[in-house]
Design a protein around this ligand. Sequence first.
Ligand SMILES: Cc1cc2nc3c(=O)[nH]c(=O)nc-3n(C[C@H](O)[C@H](O)[C@H](O)COP(=O)(O)O)c2cc1C
Length: 187
Amino acid sequence: MVKKIIVGVGGASGIRLALRFIQEVQKHSVCHIILSESAQVVWQKEANRDLIEDIKAQGGNLYEEREIWAGIASGSFGADMMALIPTSMNLLAKIAWGIGDELISRCASVMIKERKTLLLAPREMPFSSIALENMLKLANLGVIVAPPVLGYYAKIQTLEEMEDFLVGKWLDVLGFENQLYARWSGE
Ligand SMILES: Cc1cc2nc3c(=O)[nH]c(=O)nc-3n(C[C@H](O)[C@H](O)[C@H](O)COP(=O)(O)O)c2cc1C
């Protein structure tokens, strides 16, 4: 059966990673994509582009954070998993403290209560102890905390290859087969 995945896009740096992740994960699943308002601002500032238009060009079901009435906001929707790429410190804190005042944090809370897979990709540098405590709390609840941390063992030459390495690692952890980076062979 094709998996139903919710992808949240938070207002942290690295929206390019979200676009690349969505492009790949759609090959394996039916994708429901939620954009935070800040994500749209960040994409405008970082790339001078319109995030809604760019996501629409990739397909999938698109939601804005205010659409709290959407079917995906309910456990009865039966989403298999959710990934929040990138995760802002704001969304991280809301999720860690059970706040669900817009669609992304609401869906994340639903994944936790339904014991479904939730992957967060927190993006900040450095992390404060508040953020680290929030991550620890969520990791102890079974949430996958997978920040975009660079790795150099895959013989990476370009930014695009590094982005594919990160997206490939996220797909790995969610159980989607991919060949986005060269795996470590011991040589
Ligand atoms: C260009 C830009 C880059 C930002 N990068 C980050 C970031 O990497 N991490 C973060 O936590 N917040 C970052 N912020 C701040 C968030 O966008 C801000 O806290 C916002 O309220 C988060 O909203 P959201 O959690 O609803 O997406 C950035 C803001 C701008 C304008």
